[in-house]
Design a binder for this molecule. Sequence first.
Ligand SMILES: *[C@@H]1O[C@H](CO)[C@@H](O)[C@H](O)[C@H]1NC(C)=O
Ligand SMILES: *[C@@H]1O[C@H](CO)[C@@H](O)[C@H](O)[C@H]1NC(C)=O
Ligand SMILES: *[C@@H]1O[C@H](CO)[C@@H](O)[C@H](O)[C@H]1NC(C)=O
Ligand SMILES: *[C@@H]1O[C@H](CO)[C@@H](O)[C@H](O)[C@H]1NC(C)=O
Ligand SMILES: *[C@@H]1O[C@H](CO)[C@@H](O)[C@H](O)[C@H]1NC(C)=O
Ligand SMILES: *[C@@H]1O[C@H](CO)[C@@H](O)[C@H](O)[C@H]1NC(C)=O
Ligand SMILES: *[C@@H]1O[C@H](CO)[C@@H](O)[C@H](O)[C@H]1NC(C)=O
Ligand SMILES: *[C@@H]1O[C@H](CO)[C@@H](O)[C@H](O)[C@H]1NC(C)=O
Ligand SMILES: *[C@@H]1O[C@H](CO)[C@@H](O)[C@H](O)[C@H]1NC(C)=O
Ligand SMILES: *[C@@H]1O[C@H](CO)[C@@H](O)[C@H](O)[C@H]1NC(C)=O
Length: 578
Amino acid sequence: MLTVFGLVLCISSASALWPIPSVYTNGSGVVWIDKDVKVSYNGAGQGGYTCGYGSKANNETWTSAIVTNAIERTYDTLFNKNFVPWKFHPRMSSFEPTLTSASVYVKSITLQQNATDPSDIVKPNTGGLDESYTLAMTADGHVTITGISSIGLLHGLTTFTQLFYRSSNSSGGVYSTLAPVYISDAPKFQWRGLNIDTSRTYKPLSDLYAMIDAMSYNKMNRLHWHITDAQAWPLEIPSLPDLANKGAYATWQKYSPADVAAVQHYGALLGIEVVMEIDNPGHTSSIAFAYPDLIAAFNVQPNWDSYAAEPPSGTLKLNSSAVYSFLNTLFADLLPRLSPLTSYFHLGGDEVNMNAYTLDDTVGTNASSVLQPLMQRYMDRNMAQVTSLGLTPLVWEEMLLDWNLTLPAETIVQTWIGDASVAAVVAQGYRALAGNYNFWYLDCGQGQWLDFFPGTSSEQFWPYADYCSPRKNWRLMYSYDPLSGVPANATHLVLGGEAHIWSEQTDTINLDTMVWPRTCAAAEVLWSGAKDASGQNRSQITASPRLSEMRERLVARGIRAEPIQMPYCTQNGTQCAL
Ligand SMILES: *[C@@H]1O[C@H](CO)[C@@H](O)[C@H](O)[C@H]1NC(C)=O
Ligand SMILES: *[C@@H]1O[C@H](CO)[C@@H](O)[C@H](O)[C@H]1NC(C)=O
Ligand SMILES: *[C@@H]1O[C@H](CO)[C@@H](O)[C@H](O)[C@H]1NC(C)=O
Ligand SMILES: *[C@@H]1O[C@H](CO)[C@@H](O)[C@H](O)[C@H]1NC(C)=O
Ligand SMILES: *[C@@H]1O[C@H](CO)[C@@H](O)[C@H](O)[C@H]1NC(C)=O
Ligand SMILES: *[C@@H]1O[C@H](CO)[C@@H](O)[C@H](O)[C@H]1NC(C)=O
Ligand SMILES: *[C@@H]1O[C@H](CO)[C@@H](O)[C@H](O)[C@H]1NC(C)=O
Ligand SMILES: *[C@@H]1O[C@H](CO)[C@@H](O)[C@H](O)[C@H]1NC(C)=O
Ligand SMILES: *[C@@H]1O[C@H](CO)[C@@H](O)[C@H](O)[C@H]1NC(C)=O
Ligand SMILES: *[C@@H]1O[C@H](CO)[C@@H](O)[C@H](O)[C@H]1NC(C)=O
């Protein structure tokens, strides 16, 4: 009991880094920072330059664009988007350091890149980019951040901003109480993603940028853009203009090629690769608004649930040359535009409803012995087109585990159904992404969004829970280990994972609160690992105040992240334990 008590007391003052670095030592010296401080960058092979507040170096290379953007954002975060950490100090206490003529200021910030960036820095293949960094801040205010890559420097600068707080003094002032600091850090997993659904509800670009910002603060590196689905097709395809013109919900709810490129570019500067998914052959009913002949079992009523997981039912026909030619045109238009800024394309393949093919005039049966070879041929066509453009394909787990497809060896298989799925995928030698819906589905627990037909006794559904209730709280998300159930000789095949925000009940109004700060829990598991240095599960006790502080940081940075506790619990850190 005493140990727990002591532990909680010593973390009751603000010192929160999120995600937790591999190696972190700090002191308790006060160092202030002001806007006049210059950042010098001796970037390997990049010429090197010095940046001041508001002065971009304007270099042409991606490397210097990434570094100057990171420096700009560091200034902006420290001086414009910082917060007073009163919630982490006893009530009414005067916890802030006093600024005097003797106060120490940060005198120099040196960025040292140890190697030239790989040529694919903005679309790295998994494992191909070294994201490690070191950060040292001396008690007399000299800061050195090193990285192998520009993205490592970006991560180091992100951590640097977490060392500083805004003073409540009306004259301003930004300080750290942690000098000297030494940090050495690298990610545990190479794929740290968030999957955003922009079909069920549309998200304006500003939402996507905000998600990318928040992901970057959490050192995540993959935005999985589930851009289309059964309900709406918001993606403009110039060679198939009717797709979005008829399939979007409204004329203004469309993503143009320039929009897509802008999101990719925004992510690339922050080390976040946008991985687009066109889910198919299921989850495609919205294509019927433009091309009804390509879709089987479209909007069957009232028993749509015999043909799909959600209304409107419908699937691309499985044995149709018209569908093949449509897919060829679609991907030939889209993929070359995506490929400058990504190495991946997600071909979907989840929740294909076999029964829908009884209504498919090119098939006419739900017999798996007939459907399986047709699905193999269908996916072979897709795979050939994706790989011929040099992209690595992803599919949902059902293609491998339920449909028994043979996939290109480099395919990444995204699991969601359970822990056993990760183990089953790697047992077949494929690389896997984790994201068990019982842990990392952010949409769960909102209650039933389906209405009930007149005459249906709705009481039978009381209390109207949704299929994946309850809500996945941060503690549950934090308890998830992507490596759970995976034998030691196959853990290298688990690339990482993704949290998912399916959007039946999430739109621009509640996106921030649905995603943050819960996704921080997934981000820390993916960056730092689910186990600590001694091999134990990471402690919720020490994570809780850090996450509360990360929440304050996200709010200060413009993200409407919800609170995980009340100030009473964080101000004196001992009295809210059970
Ligand atoms: C590190 O920071 C924490 C939180 O401010 C503080 O309690 C602790 O004393 C610091 N460590 C050292 C060695 O000063
Ligand atoms: C980047 O810009 C600096 C000046 O701002 C210049 O000295 C350096 O040569 C440039 N590097 C490249 C690669 O253009
Ligand atoms: C903080 O908690 C400790 C232990 O419960 C208590 O002794 C102390 O008075 C509390 N301080 C404040 C300011 O609430
Ligand atoms: C507030 O800031 C002013 C100007 O920097 C400084 O003179 C004063 O000492 C500060 N007050 C405190 C309590 O730190
Ligand atoms: C970069 O090189 C320095 C030695 O010059 C080393 O101390 C540092 O750890 C290296 N950084 C990384 C991230 O490996
Ligand atoms: C296949 O179709 C038959 C006849 O319509 C039906 O009884 C059966 O449940 C279907 N099987 C599946 C797996 O949907
Ligand atoms: C698939 O389509 C081809 C060409 O139309 C046809 O010959 C074949 O019978 C179809 N296969 C099935 C299982 O219906
Ligand atoms: C895949 O294999 C399993 C086990 O042999 C079998 O039960 C299932 O029907 C197969 N799936 C298809 C679509 O053929
Ligand atoms: C550690 O977490 C795993 C889930 O990842 C759980 O099964 C296990 O019981 C936990 N171990 C302890 C000691 O709490
Ligand atoms: C791991 O070891 C088991 C048992 O020796 C073996 O069957 C399996 O193929 C190995 N897996 C990998 C990915 O090497």
